[in-house]
Write a protein that binds this ligand. Sequence first.
Ligand SMILES: [Zn+2]
Length: 204
Amino acid sequence: MKLNEADVIAILLDRRPEADMAKQFGVAKNTINRIRTGARWAHVAPDIQRWHRYVRASSPADVVAQRSTLDPVTGCRNWDGSLQSEGYGNFSFDGQFYLAHRVAYEAAKGPIPDGLLLRHSCDNRRCCNHEHLTPGSDQDNKDDCVSRRRHYFGEQHHWAKLTESQVQEIRASKSRNKDLAAEFGVDPSAVSHIKRNRNWRATP
Ligand SMILES: [Zn+2]
């Protein structure tokens, strides 16, 4: 969609995450970011754009609070920023590197015991809702994966009809999940799962 000046002002005054604004205005997330930071439409409202550039969170937990959005249906608090290679939200703050879900958990419940990782009961790695996180061992996490895979193949067999090459095609594609789902005849949640979970196999 082509944006006009009124749209740009609306984007600048709204504090919702980039993803939500992108959806509303039918543009890429990056476009929203460029508008907000003044890389585009710099003449519209330089003061607000400067604010978007320099607004700073006061702590890592504050970053997570500002950059995640509650999904009212699933109860997941989805990280809106970048993801590391395994699909977990990550960011740096004061020169240190953080994983969003671990920060959220520690802010709510205290330190994670040494050597343990956090398991997502919702199987959504972007999720930063501490209620969906439980400390566990690496082995627990692997067991979760196995039982979930069994679940996908047992109950959601419409996902399993995809071949390995189709799975790779979906993962490589830049098309929207909705469009891919229609193209391959699967549910959009299957597409999003495939893109998120790099360990996905077409055959169990
Ligand atoms: Zn969740």
